[in-house]
Ligand binder design. Sequence first.
Ligand code: 5GP
Length: 115
Amino acid sequence: MGSTIFSKIINKEIPADIVYESNDILAFRDINPQAPVHILIIPKIEIPKISDVNSAEHGIIISKMIDVANELAIKENISDDGFRLVFNCGKNGGQEVYHLHLHLLGGRQMKWPPG
Ligand code: 5GP
């Protein structure tokens, strides 16, 4: 266990600005924010990427991650105006860290199409 930087954050081996923690989910502020609110929501179990989600157990985790995103959006006052949730997957998806994470972005107008 412990193959990415996010495992080190989970294990408190390196610091992060943690905004939510439960027995199976962690959320912390992105070190290089792309919006006024930019939070990463991750499972504590190691799933490399969204295309590896393949079981009912994983499905429950994804559902919990979305619940946490919605709760944090309310807490961060971005729920009413709206926000964006993103899973980058693989090389063409722009994924850099191969520990599943959901980006919660808000506090500004998002553009479409994404870059
Ligand atoms: P990806 O491109 O894989 O979807 O997103 C990875 C995200 O993790 C990036 O937005 C990057 O800024 C963030 N990140 C990478 N290393 C760290 C770190 O050590 N701490 C925090 N808080 N965020 C990180």
